[in-house]
Write a protein that binds this ligand. Structure first.
Ligand code: FAD
Ligand code: UDP
Length: 373
């Protein structure tokens, strides 16, 4: 009889939700994480009374009522609605692309006028495509919203974010953003959206209540060769290429450097997210964390503010791997690793790193809730 049914590598939402379900069904789990805290990328650090999203701003959104009720059973969520502002050379535009943006861009005041303007702006790109489907982000963006929006709000931001020309990026990245013929600045189309009241750590604490956890414990240093002595199965949400000792080569990742400052003012930018869409700034956006959880007079009750500038960088050893770079080369390499993963006995691969796939939080939870235990 082994000590644990599952050794779970990674305490992010994948590992924590898996541990919760397994524990509920009577299994014994040990969760390990190499970081000094639990929660993976949703971990928040309290600074000046503000929950700072240390590994990048996280806004929970889903249309799945079951997932929404599940997370709300651990912590109540607030009514935060993501409405980023884009700053292009000092002029502000609402995001996602909607009637407010079209008014700010062209002065059009009705959906019919906006549609006509977009059609006019798209004409050149459609002619160049000559009936074929867009094959890269630039072509996709041009047929979605036309030349002006592409040049002012997409091109330079995207090239900073990904470090690649828009012609060399997959079209699907830009399809994540809604285009709306309504005066509606809500960034997401989902039915439910919000931030846990008191921060994401509460959600993680709820999921991991009663579960054995060890932090600052690297699977490769402490368990790789011995885990089968202690556990029946391994649940692995670390990087898939690292698990196989990079045998076919390394997968590419995009990372982000966060420059975080405490400012001696209550309200720095009046919004949680301001995107800097021109190349004049090397950061892509500034996050002002208090606006995720403080509204109205509460913003001024807290005398300081914490802001993070986000600088996207090419991943190197020692950095955090954030975004998989899903181009042809990496997808082919990831497929080879996924094939190896399928053959690995008693090992379950999962999560953003383990599957080399970008997931939002809700789909990660949904994925685990649908797994057979
Ligand atoms: P992670 O949270 O990355 O957890 C993996 C854990 O495994 C980490 O804690 C890591 O330390 C640990 N680990 C790795 N290797 C080892 C090892 N060898 N030994 C021990 N431990 C190890 N989703 C949204 O829904 N809304 C958002 O607004 C949003 N914003 C995001 C912003 C950024 C910058 C990023 C990168 C992602 C964002 N996401 C967002 C996605 C969200 O972060 C993921 O869906 C979620 O974190 C995935 O959870 P996970 O458990 O797979 O991975
Ligand atoms: N994007 C853009 N301009 C913006 C915001 C986003 O061109 O002001 C593009 C960019 O290519 C980005 C993609 O839209 O990678 C998806 O944006 P989202 O905000 O969903 O990405 P996140 O950075 O939150 O993962």
């Amino acid at each position: 009889m082994k000590k644990f049914d599952y050794l779970i590598v990674g305490s992010g939402l994948f590992g924590a939700t898996f541990a919760y379900r397994a524990t509920k069904s009577g299994k014994k789990c040990l969760v390990i994480d190499k970081r000094p805290q639990l929660g993976g990328n949703v971990y928040c650090e309290k600074i000046e009374g503000i929950n700072v999203h240390k590994y990048g701003a996280h806004i929970f959104h889903t249309s799945n009522k079951y997932v929404w009720d599940f997370v709300n059973s651990f912590v109540e969520f607030n009514r935060y609605t993501n409405s980023p502002i884009a700053n292009y050379k000092g002029k502000l535009y609402n995001l996602p692309f909607n009637m407010n943006t079209f008014y700010q861009m062209w002065g059009v005041t009705t959906p019919a006028e906006a549609k006509a303007k977009i059609e006019e702006q798209k004409a050149e790109a459609l002619a160049a495509l000559n009936g074929r489907e867009p094959t890269n982000l630039e072509e996709q963006a041009l047929v979605l919203v036309g030349k002006d929006i592409f040049e002012k709000l997409i091109k330079e931001y995207t090239e900073k974010q990904w470090g690649r020309d828009c012609k060399n990026l997959p079209a699907f990245i830009i399809n994540r953003l809604p285009v709306r013929m309504a005066f509606d600045n809500n960034y997401f189309n989902d039915k439910y959206q919000g931030i846990p009241i008191g921060g994401y750590n509460k959600l993680i604490e709820g999921l991991l209540e009663g579960v054995d956890c060890k932090m600052e414990t690297d699977f490769f240093k402490e368990y790789k060769d011995s885990w089968r002595n202690d556990a029946e199965k391994l649940v692995y949400s670390g990087a898939i290429d690292e698990y196989f000792d990079y045998k076919y080569g390394k997968l590419d990742w995009r990372s982000v450097y966060f420059k975080t400052n405490i400012l001696d003012c209550s309200n720095y930018q009046g919004n949680a997210v301001v995107n800097y869409t021109s190349r004049d700034y090397s950061y892509t956006r500034i996050i002002e964390h208090k606006h995720f959880e403080m509204f109205g007079s509460a913003v001024y009750d807290c005398p300081k503010t914490v802001v993070s500038e986000e600088y996207p960088v090419e991943y190197k050893e020692g950095m955090e791997p954030y975004y998989p770079v899903n181009n042809e080369k990496n997808n082919a390499l990831a497929d080879k690793y996924r094939l190896l993963a399928l053959q690995e006995k008693n090992v379950i691969f999962g999560g953003r790193l383990g599957l080399y796939q970008y997931f939002d939080m809700a789909p990660i939870i949904e994925y685990v809730l649908n797994m057979k235990m």
